[in-house]
Design a protein around this ligand. Structure first.
Ligand code: MN
Length: 328
């Protein structure tokens, strides 16, 4: 039950003093927003709290209140620190942060991924929540922490980005109700949009153009895929250009049921990052899980170490099979 888990977590937050908050590698709006929201809650009740992430805060999230305190260094002497992992289906998703923890570290797992493995000492997993940020909103209500503007902005960023600006099916009436409360608390919707989405570099738009030109429709036209090879990235800056939203263009093609995006690794060309988006019928979390990845029913990812051509063969065959099963 949600409420029991919220209460258990609230009790730990109220009774203990030292906290380390972390989330998954390659952070995006929900991981940064939910971490910062929880940070503000703990600060408001006078706790020692730090946020440690393997990877840096993306440029479009640096405006969020508190973002400058996010560190990439794990301090010594954290034996008595409660570690809270947000937005992670498995603890390995926190990367080098997980590897630096002690064997018996107390871990609180707060997440909304269907694939969550309940890896914590305390687990609160709500697959119906739009975002980890939405869960932190409920936590703040349970803890009777009034929603001030910094808290509201971070939760809003988490919700807006994880729901694709309230467009995905994880958007519930409750999500909108919470967003309404956040606006009441002073969230500036227009400038949030500008900060979150209109910070693209010219290189990103040029890269998008190159990726779009690889769009391929598989015969039958209900699978679309795109690729980004190392060659297309050019000499420098390739790895730092965010490509998260590119796949949505492939899914937006009329009749496309599943879109797949293959990206060659910067350092290891055999390493292929695969992202999936599904429109309705196919659960891409199940496909990604078969390849050691995971995510949500309509958005998931995995990594193959096979090189591009074999990855394309294996993945597209798995998608086709899943599609046939869904049609039955
Ligand atoms: Mn999330």
């Amino acid at each position: 039950m949600d409420i029991e888990n919220i209460r258990k977590i609230a009790k730990v937050l109220n009774s203990r003093d030292n906290f380390l908050i972390t989330a998954h590698v390659n952070p995006e709006g929900d991981s940064i927003g939910s971490q910062l929201a929880l940070y503000h809650i703990l600060k408001r009740i006078g706790k020692n709290v730090m946020i440690v992430n393997q990877d840096p805060v993306p440029n479009n999230l640096k405006f969020l209140p508190g973002a400058d305190i996010i560190s990439r260094n794990i301090p010594e002497g954290i034996e008595d620190t409660i570690v809270i992992m947000l937005d992670c289906p498995v603890r390995e998703r926190t990367g080098k942060v997980n590897r630096a923890l002690n064997e018996d570290q107390f871990v609180v797992n707060i997440d909304h991924h269907v694939s969550n493995e309940f890896f914590g000492d305390l687990n609160w997993v709500n697959k119906d929540a739009s975002s980890a940020g939405e869960m932190i909103y409920h936590l703040s209500c349970e803890m009777k922490i009034g929603i001030d503007k910094p808290l509201a902005m971070n939760i809003y960023a988490a919700i807006v980005t994880d729901t694709g600006m309230f467009n995905y099916d994880n958007t519930s009436s409750e999500t909108h109700m919470i967003a309404g409360e956040l606006l009441k608390a002073g969230v500036p919707a227009g400038s949030m949009y500008n900060n979150l989405y209109e910070q693209r570099s010219p290189e990103e738009i040029i890269m998008l153009g190159k990726v779009l030109s690889t769009l391929t429709l598989v015969p039958g036209e209900d699978i679309a895929y795109m690729v980004l090879t190392k060659d297309m990235c050019g000499e420098e800056r390739g790895a730092s250009i965010p490509t998260d939203g590119f796949i949505n263009f492939a899914r937006s093609v009329k009749g496309v049921e599943v879109a797949v995006f293959f990206r060659e690794g910067e350092e290891d060309i055999k390493k292929i990052n695969v992202s999936f988006r599904s429109s309705e019928k196919v659960n891409v979390n199940q496909i990604a899980s078969r390849f050691g990845g995971g995510g949500h029913a309509k958005a998931a990812g995995c990594v193959l170490l096979t090189g591009l051509e074999q990855a394309k063969r294996e993945i597209l065959e798995a998608v086709r099979k899943a599609m046939n099963e869904a049609d039955r």
